[in-house]
Design a protein around this ligand. Structure first.
Ligand SMILES: *[C@@H]1O[C@H](CO)[C@@H](O)[C@H](O)[C@H]1NC(C)=O
Ligand SMILES: *[C@@H]1O[C@H](CO)[C@@H](O)[C@H](O)[C@H]1NC(C)=O
Length: 281
């Protein structure tokens, strides 16, 4: 996999004017790819820390481009964002599991073919609502890879949630090959909506029933930037990761403390169950 195939950009907050201009020129291109903001300030994860995290591969099966993330929720199903199903590089072909590095993957990584893509029936590409999809794999993942649990209530008792993604740490610097994590605070609708007024793809603004807004904590300086759509927003309880959100979309880079928007998993648990754990008739 070549560096140019990594479309995940996380910028440092203090860039020079020259770098900012480079960023602007790069943006029109970046915005066409299925990327959304992650927050600067992430730290590296350890191999095995987020076993459910997968990278979605597009294009050639033997040299995929990784443009989105996803979460393993059962031995054979990945939960991701609907807008990750089809990209300018074609539809999702393969998922890479069991590695925190993409370019030089962990020696026990696996690429598994996607057998079927199931987009939520209410998702429309011209809107940001219902941005959720399931990928059925061609075979089960090995049992040592533990799927994430679905957070199934609308209330979220945790104030801080963790988002993860592969990304650069500096636009002009070398590409980060590592899976990064960042802690985010859930924003209320009132605090979030001003950032997302007059957005074409959000006819009724942020819909708290089906979306979650999260960003850097109030007194922390964390910038948002291009990150990895489809990946998880989750918390850990005991040994289990509980999946609360799916990274969906956000604003362009360079704006400090702008929250990003996540699909609210709990709102879709009945739909997910009807597909992933359907009873055999
Ligand atoms: C909701 O999630 C909890 C924790 O994973 C689980 O114990 C419970 O059975 C779930 N409830 C439903 C209705 O699925
Ligand atoms: C941010 O706020 C928390 C809670 O009020 C406080 O403990 C922490 O020290 C603050 N951090 C900074 C960088 O000011």
């Amino acid at each position: 996999m070549k560096i140019r195939h990594i479309f995940l950009f996380i910028f440092v907050s203090r860039v020079s004017v020259a770098q900012k201009n480079t960023m602007k020129n790069g943006l029109s291109f970046i915005l066409r790819s299925p990327k959304v903001p992650l927050v600067v300030g992430g730290v590296r994860t350890k191999q095995g820390e987020f076993q459910h995290m997968v990278a979605l591969g597009y294009g050639e099966r033997n040299d995929p481009m990784f443009l989105c993330g996803g979460s393993l929720i059962s031995p054979q199903f990945i939960l991701t964002a609907a807008h990750c199903a089809d990209t300018l590089e074609g539809s999702v072909q393969v998922v890479r599991i069991n590695t925190i590095t993409l370019e030089t993957p962990f020696r026990k990584y696996m690429d598994i073919d996607v057998q079927k893509t199931i987009i939520h029936p209410k998702y429309k590409p011209q809107s940001n609502y219902n941005d959720i999809a399931l990928l059925k794999l061609s075979k089960n993942v090995p049992s040592f890879i533990k799927p994430a649990s679905l957070h199934n209530t609308s209330t979220i008792s945790r104030k801080i949630l963790t988002a993860i993604g592969w990304g650069r740490t500096d636009f002009a610097g070398p590409s980060s090959n590592d899976l990064l994590k960042v802690n985010l605070e859930v924003y209320s609708k009132a605090r979030c909506n001003p950032f997302y007024k007059n957005v074409n793809k959000l006819s009724r603004g942020i819909d708290n029933k089906i979306q979650i807004c999260a960003g850097g904590q109030r007194n922390e300086t964390k910038d948002t930037c291009q990150g990895d759509s489809g990946g998880p927003l989750s918390y850990k309880k005991g040994q289990k990761h509980h999946l609360v959100g799916i990274t969906s979309f956000g604003k362009a880079c360079g704006l400090a403390r702008v929250p990003a928007v996540y699909t609210r998993v709990s709102a879709y648990v009945p739909w997910i169950k009807s597909i992933v754990w359907k009873k055999k008739s």
